[in-house]
Ligand binder design. Structure first.
Ligand SMILES: Nc1ncnc2c1ncn2[C@@H]1O[C@H](COP(=O)(O)OP(=O)(O)OP(=O)(O)O)[C@@H](O)[C@H]1O
Length: 703
């Protein structure tokens, strides 16, 4: 008998261990689901958000020359969204844009109203933002982007004429300096001249740089120098160096006409130190100054071969830009081929047009009648461009970090699963050997049931264990549901997560199998589902827990097969004999009943039916229980209060207030106390081990 007891104790110790491991296994899963939900929400949001290209039009004031020639403006700005082109007797056409800037608008006003600050904020968050100035020669593109050429002379004091570039960098530096987070700012400056990409920060390179495409990064310039800066002076040095290296020439309309498209890119690496895991956002702000626009070659004094070639290339890239814009705004063509690869300019702007970036386009127009045709072309292109839709996506290393942490968790889970798998056969073996050791084989080969001494707390411990198992099972089921939901949402985007799911499903199956094995084992008290108070003759005056053959099968929850434990244990679990005799009641039993109702609903088992063996007069033995069950004064007069008929809500709340850990700890403590009173001749529970004492006796044995 003592040997049997030891085996059962060991078996339970293993069971506890297993349960602990299972709890640990599923808690990280729960946390991870939450993390994934959060990030999934962001990803979902990004998937659906669309942003149209923002188009602003800036009208240049009449130059001194134009004023001298008494030229008049034919471009009017009735308000900040509408623009009217009107030449008496020739044309009258109205356009509307996101923003329209009158000729008298200052550089500061342009910076503020175009929402450059917002763009920079988004670049800090990890978005790719692009600003490009577009328009015919001499319309004020370079003036808008960098300010007038005079600004770069040594004795210049005209800081109010600084363009978007300098103002943007100043704002960016201000943001960075007032932030507690880590930033790294770098810049590259390149130009596309005659369809060749040149590094403006490294003019000694004699060859043109290649434009490459990658599925993850899009198009990029290979080997382009990227220089770090940390203050405005540092940036201004870079900008000036780049401006000096830029191709320009003197034209009729513009003394410093740009002959190339220039692209300044600010790379913002933003480390979010507060996030866990640490996230790194990698945003970009590209500021593009396009070369002279769509003016016709024959109109200009490009009589030399070089100028003809330059203009041809510029116009070709602008033509491709036009084609791309046309394709992008056509719903049928949008999903098809967009001819980005036809020019270097469109390749490098592909992310800004119809990609994952946010784009601001500033169309610059000249106000005079002599530029009417070019002005109309610019405005038509701009009208089209404002219909282009992008799907902005923040570029962040956070995904990679989450992936890495998921992979780490997967590895841990795999290891734990492996351990569980290793333990499982051992467990089964022990259970089998335990079953053969503790069951009494009768002469006819049938197995007789084992009878437990009611003084042992083992029955109560079993009830607690079963309850914990049930709760754990419920939690696992919930986790499994959550997990399925998550997997559905992600639509197999993450194969590793699927593997994890399969692992967990296998684990759950094993757990269920294990439960079945444990429950079907004669050592598992879950098969003892009733309390007998009427067999006092066999055990003195104290009630004795026995298998309750009177619980009918139809009372079992519908999803349980008869071989499974009914989980309708209603026996008096841990209350001691003395407690009964002194009328202390049985709180664990009340708790069990509440749990039972929580699990399956009161309609499955009437609380009265749960205790079929409690006879009339039992209430007198449990006066406290009666008091606890029904509040005095609320009972109908003359009605006998039923044992355990505690109001369900109160019982439920009592149970819910207690966490699993607390209940588990309670059980262990209860066992620990009882263990001291158990006489064991061989072996002792190890230190820290609750001991789980269980007195097993055969029918007919005296206690
Ligand atoms: N808003 C403005 N206020 C005052 N002057 C302006 C404005 N816009 C442009 N200008 C002046 O007009 C001239 C041409 O401007 P800018 O060089 O910026 O033209 P552009 O469009 O860049 O020409 P290109 O394509 O040939 O380089 C410059 O002298 C510039 O100072």
């Amino acid at each position: 008998m003592q040997l049997d007891t030891l085996e059962v104790v060991e078996e339970r110790r293993m069971l506890h261990k297993l349960m602990r491991t299972l709890s640990n296994t599923f808690h990280p899963l729960n946390d991870r689901l939450t993390v994934c939900d959060v990030h999934l929400g962001k990803a979902e949001m990004e998937r659906h958000a669309e942003s149209k290209v923002i188009v602003a039009v800036r009208v240049r004031p009449l130059s001194e020359d134009e004023q001298e020639r008494n030229e008049e403006s034919i471009v009017f700005c009735p308000d900040e969204h509408n623009l009217l082109v009107s030449q008496e007797g020739l044309v009258e056409r109205a356009f509307s844009f996101n923003m329209v800037f009158r000729p008298e608008c200052s550089q500061q006003e342009i910076f503020q109203t175009t929402g450059m600050r917002k763009l920079i904020d988004m670049a800090i968050e990890g978005y790719t933002c692009t600003v490009f100035a577009f328009g015919q020669t001499g319309s004020g593109k370079t003036y808008t982007i960098t300010g007038p050429h005079s600004l770069f002379s040594e004795d210049s004091q005209e800081s109010e004429l600084e363009g978007l570039m300098q103002r943007s960098v100043a704002y960016l530096l201000e943001r960075v300096q007032h932030s507690d987070e880590l930033f790294q700012l770098c810049a590259s400056y390149s130009e596309i001249y005659n369809e060749q990409v040149r590094d403006l920060l490294n003019p000694w390179l004699t060859y043109s740089l290649a434009v490459r495409g990658s599925t993850t990064s899009g198009f990029y310039v290979e080997n382009l120098s990227v220089v770090e800066f940390c203050n405005l002076e540092g940036f201004m040095t870079l900008l000036e160096r780049g401006m000096q290296n830029r191709q320009s020439s003197s034209q009729t309309q513009n003394e410093h006409s740009s002959r190339s498209h220039s692209i300044l890119t600010l790379y913002i690496k933003h480390t979010l130190t507060g996030a866990e895991p640490v996230a790194v956002a990698r945003g970009k702000l590209c500021i593009v100054d396009l070369a002279r626009g769509s003016e016709r070659v024959k109109d200009r004094d490009s009589d030399t071969e070089k100028l003809l070639e330059e203009t041809g290339n510029i116009n070709r890239s602008l033509l491709t830009l036009g084609k791309c814009i046309t394709a992008l705004v056509d719903p049928k063509k949008r999903t098809g081929h967009i001819p980005y690869r036809d020019s270097k300019l469109t390749m490098l702007l592909s992310d800004s047009l119809g990609g994952e970036g946010i784009t601001l386009m500033i169309a610059c127009v000249s106000p005079t009648a002599g530029n009417l045709q070019e002005t109309m072309n610019t405005l038509r292109y701009s009208s089209k461009a404002k219909r282009i839709k992008n799907k902005p996506v923040a570029k962040s290393d956070l995904r990679e970090q989450i992936l890495a942490s998921l992979q780490k968790e997967i590895r841990i889970l795999k290891e734990e699963n492996m351990t569980l798998r290793q333990h499982l056969p051992k467990f089964q073996e022990e259970l089998e050997s335990g079953a053969s050791g503790s069951c009494t084989g009768s002469t006819d080969g049938t197995v007789e049931p084992v009878y437990y001494d009611e003084r042992s707390e083992s029955t109560g411990s079993d009830a607690g264990l079963m309850s914990l198992l049930q709760d754990l099972k419920r939690e696992i089921d919930k986790l499994q549901k959550d997990k399925r939901l998550l997997l559905d949402k992600q639509e197999s985007s993450d194969q590793q997560r699927e593997c994890l799911s399969q692992e967990n499903v296998r684990l759950l199956r094993k757990l269920r199998d294990l439960e079945r094995v444990i429950c079907s084992s004669p050592h598992s008290n879950s098969s003892y589902s009733g309390i007998s108070l009427d067999n006092e003759a066999s055990s003195g005056n104290s009630p004795q827990c026995v298998q309750n053959p009177t619980v009918p099968q139809q009372q079992l929850p519908p999803d349980q097969s008869p071989s499974q434990p009914p989980y309708t244990i209603t026996y008096c679990c841990t209350c001691s004999v003395e407690a009964h005799q002194q009328g202390q009641g049985c709180p664990q039993l009340l708790e069990r009943l509440a749990l039972h109702e929580d699990s399956y609903g009161a309609h499955h088992l009437n609380p009265q039916q749960k205790l079929p063996l409690i006879q009339d007069g039992d209430a007198a033995r449990h006066p406290r229980a009666v008091e606890g069950g029904k509040q005095p004064g609320r009972e109908p007069p003359g009605e006998e209060p039923a044992y355990g008929a505690c109001p369900p809500q109160r019982r439920r709340s009592q149970v819910e207030k207690r966490g699993y850990a607390e209940r588990f700890q309670g059980l262990l403590e209860a066992r620990g106390k009882k263990a001291q009173s158990v006489e064991m001749t061989a072996g002792r529970p190890q230190q820290g081990d609750p001991g789980l004492p269980l007195l097993v006796k055969k029918r007919g044995e005296t206690s």
